[in-house]
Design a binder for this molecule. Structure first.
Ligand code: NAD
Length: 466
């Protein structure tokens, strides 16, 4: 779609929104249920198409993390939507105590959603559910790197939705760039920090409000009292699920120097136990991804890092997952999000060291802490910043609909999931209905105080200011 066509479609969507600016609960619910019906009908095909995009992606992974999560988001949203749609009364100051004030949740209008390829169904449809719940018209631009899934999404959505309710436009980075510059009423972007900056720049031209769900280097801090066997299982799962291509995957580990050899052994055991079978480790999305990982490993190795393979090499895999220790500070891998099955382990001397290390980097999307000492945990939580925290496990905080999900600083702005998602796509419009104070007309709102000011007004104003 060229720029003219994109603008024309947006105009049509805006007209459709103004025709129905406040869809009822029943209308919103029915639309969300259509997404569920769509997934239920095409579940098998979706799994096949996603696997084809990756090369290898186990159907359990697609069902568990993508399809079930979308259905869970739909279920949670429908359960709570009536309550979220209700106006919220607010307290008033003394002079307005007979009046009424409330926050009226209102759809933003027509919203654009831009999704990445790593969880191509979940990260397209979960925000769409929140947007529909809030009463918006939705336009989705999925990633060009998961070409088959994006095309399939477009076909499925066209079967289940009128194009002016919810539509999908596929296309390359040029289309994405044009899309991000459209005067949407809100733009919701999931992707890399680098592209997020471009999207924010484009949105700023129209003063389009924006949610940025970005990435970053999420640390896993292992305290001395943690069981390394348990830690290794959790880290390997979080790191290797989807072949390491998860925004909240633990990016690197911070652990006391002397514990590194024992952790390495446990990580290798855990990886072999869970991911030895070739069908269980998701492939890199494309060749460019494999080359990027190889470059990161070669760069670190050339600068002196010790590399160990997590799994036995196999001809059917283009890349063997690795851990690395003694990683020099100037290695590229310590300066960019890895987004792949490579795990640097960094030696520290103390919790203070770990805190300083995390605080010296951009604020991450997730932070993981393993241990028992509550005092240390409190230090970690209160002295570091992260989009979200999960203690003694990985990834799971993102599965809780009642926990807002989003980044901070370089890892994003705004959040979604559950009520936070409804709020991201709503304007909480403040409304004040002014009534006479205690029914006395001359004491109604601005009647109370207006020029010319007599001495009694002056007295009242002085008293009010105390
Ligand atoms: P990406 O930034 O390359 O692409 C994301 C989207 O941006 C795609 O839809 C693409 O079409 C579009 N795009 C590409 N060029 C553009 C441009 N010039 N202007 C506007 N849009 C453009 O990201 P990716 O490789 O698809 O995904 C991986 C990244 O996404 C990682 O950094 C990961 O951490 C992050 N991510 C974040 C979350 C989250 O929820 N916070 C979830 C998944 C992935």
């Amino acid at each position: 779609m060229n720029l003219v066509m994109l603008n024309l479609h947006l105009e049509e969507l805006k007209k459709a929104y103004h025709h129905e600016p406040y869809p009822s609960f029943e209308v919103r619910k029915e639309r969300i249920l259509r997404i569920v019906a769509m997934i239920n009908k095409y579940e098998e095909n979706i799994c096949k198409v996603v696997s084809a995009d990756f090369g290898v992606r186990h159907t359990v992974e697609t069902r568990l993390i993508e399809l079930n999560s979308v259905k869970q988001a739909a279920k949670h949203t429908i359960k709570h939507l009536k309550a979220w749609m209700k106006p919220q009364a607010v307290e008033l100051p003394f002079q307005l105590r007979s009046s009424k004030a409330w926050l009226q949740p209102q759809a933003r209008g027509v919203v654009g959603i831009m999704s990445p390829w790593n969880y191509p169904i979940l990260l397209a449809l979960a925000p769409a559910i929140s947007a529909i719940a809030a009463g918006n018209r939705v336009w989705l631009k999925p990633s060009e790197r998961s070409l088959r899934t994006s095309g399939y999404l477009s076909t499925m959505v066209a079967e289940y939705f009128h194009p002016l309710e919810f539509s999908v436009t596929t296309g390359d980075a040029t289309v994405a760039s044009d899309f991000s510059a459209l005067p949407f009423d809100h733009l919701f972007f999931t992707g890399s920090t680098a592209t997020g900056k471009k999207v924010m720049r484009a949105a700023s031209y129209n003063l389009t409000s924006i949610t940025l769900e970005l990435g970053g280097k999420s640390p896993a801090i292992v305290h001395s009292d943690a069981s390394l066997k348990e830690v290794a299982k959790k880290i390997i799962y979080g790191k290797l699920i989807n072949g390491g291509q998860t925004c909240i995957a633990p990016d690197y580990v911070l652990i006391k120097h002397e514990k590194i050899p024992a952790l390495e052994k446990e990580l290798q055991d855990a990886a072999r136990l869970m991911f030895s079978n070739e069908s269980l480790l998701t492939s890199p999305i494309d060749q460019a991804q494999t080359i990027r990982w190889m470059n990161l490993v070669n760069d670190a190795a050339n600068k002196g890092a010790q590399i160990k393979e997590l799994l036995a090499p196999s001809e059917s895999r283009s890349f063997t997952p690795v851990i690395m220790s003694q990683v020099p500070k100037n290695a590229l891998i310590m300066h960019e999000e890895i987004f792949g099955p490579i795990l640097p382990i960094i030696g520290i001397d103390s919790t203070e060291d770990a805190i300083n290390y995390v605080n010296s980097k951009d604020r991450p999307l997730a932070l993981y802490w393993f241990g028992k000492d509550k005092k240390v945990l409190k230090e970690i939580i209160t002295r570091t910043h992260a989009g979200g925290v999960c203690i003694n496990d990985t990834l799971l905080h993102a599965s809780v609909e009642n926990l807002p999900f989003g980044g901070i600083g370089a890892s994003g702005m705004g959040s979604y999931h559950g009520k936070a998602g409804f709020d991201a796509f709503s304007h909480q419009k403040p409304v004040l209905d002014v009534k006479p104070l205690w029914g006395i007309k001359k004491w109604m709102g601005t009647n109370l105080v207006h020029p010319p000011y007599g001495s009694s007004i002056e007295k009242i104003i002085r008293r009010m200011g105390k």
